[in-house]
Design a protein around this ligand. Sequence first.
Ligand code: FES
Length: 166
Amino acid sequence: MSEKKHNVSRRQFLTYTLTGVGGFMAAGVILPMARFAVDPVLKAGAESDMYAVAEVADLTEEPQRFDFSYEQVDAWYQSEVTETAWIYREGDNIVALSPTCTHLGCTVNWDANEDYPDQFFCPCHFGRFEKDGTNIAGTPPTEPLHKYVTEVRDGTVYLGTAEPQI
Ligand code: FES
């Protein structure tokens, strides 16, 4: 009967031991850093959130201003964002428009200039939009106001992102 001897030299023993301990310690440092770097990417789904903004019963055929806030995580920075929507009813339809002028980003208001009643008016360069957000020819904006994705649940209007109408 032959018996194989497995001799491990002191040098090999130290090499294996130090490699194992070193690897363990490196993993303890590297894994939290990797998780920290990747974590915001894993949470990227938050953009598809819908926010409760208004009650259907409060809406009229006249656009009304509604402000709403939500927590936004931008990579590692968390902040509260407040946005505005001009919302009105059109039969069974609910229309929610962004107040951001599509010219250079000023804020538009409904029925704000007595020379142009029943229009959205931008005071920065006198941009104007129809009630449905269509930009009026001859004024600086070249595209309609963006429209929010809307959803009604149990009598409450939820808004998603504001998207271009063209
Ligand atoms: S920013 Fe509104 S018209 Fe220029």
